[in-house]
Design a protein around this ligand. Sequence first.
Ligand SMILES: C[S@@+](CC[C@H](N)C(=O)[O-])C[C@H]1O[C@@H](n2cnc3c(N)ncnc32)[C@H](O)[C@@H]1O
Length: 275
Amino acid sequence: MKEPERLTPQQFELFQKFIYDRCGIKIDLSKITLVSNRIRRRLQPSNCADFATYYRFITSKLGAIELVEFIDAITTNETSFFRTQSNFEWFKNVYIGELLRDKADARREPNLRVWSAACSSGEEPYSIAMCLAEASVPLRGWTIQILGTDISESSLKLARDAVYRKRTMQEMDDAKVRRYFSEDRSGEFQLRPTIKQMVKFKHHNLMKPLGEAPFDCIWLRNVLIYFDRESKAKVIENLVRSLVCGGYLVVGPSEGVYDMLGMLQKRGTFLYQKQ
Ligand SMILES: C[S@@+](CC[C@H](N)C(=O)[O-])C[C@H]1O[C@@H](n2cnc3c(N)ncnc32)[C@H](O)[C@@H]1O
């Protein structure tokens, strides 16, 4: 069976609309080759002879399982531990101190809820957990909950397995790597249970409300780059609703939402607070 070369512009438009409706990601026509390549890889495993058959399949009830694979194939899941160090320096050196002061002044209970929205394979929420583990003495007695969510099931599986390659740890020195991982003979690094058990993972599409109790701190980084303005606004509305009053939103450098955050107080280049 000869594989099709590339989506026609009409087929691209169908997939583009489908991806947009599902994930909020608006893929430009200039990415037609990339999208064609990613979909082509799914044709054989799903027994589809061509793009048109594949489209009919994933948009039908029977294609529900393949739809998960399709979304995995389309999304970009690049991430690493302590990506954009300055965000983690703020969290560790400023935010935790603020939490402790507020608790000492009886302005808050010893509870903390952090949400890594679009956590990919888990490096972001686990880096947050490491910052909190390093403050475990002053935070003794606190109830800490860290949630990682993503639309990609395969990324969430990697996050739950918590086995990593060294290349995702470039921002960590050797002592830190040894503290938090055990290396096996194949050169893979297993995250130690003390950190692993601090984070829970859940499948979630940011275009929808999360439906959980609000969070003290939400991380939204390196995810909205391919979203159009309407979708970005929807995501921001959902996230701001999930933030407690006084809570912080940590925003990535490429989100392109700075002009949509007027309802929050700007506290730094990447940091916004709900009043
Ligand atoms: C590049 S990774 C960013 C990971 C991490 N936040 C970081 O900054 O390193 C982007 C993630 O966004 C996820 N994503 C894309 N669209 C999404 C949506 N509508 N809802 C939830 N997650 C989404 C992708 O599956 C991917 O894992």
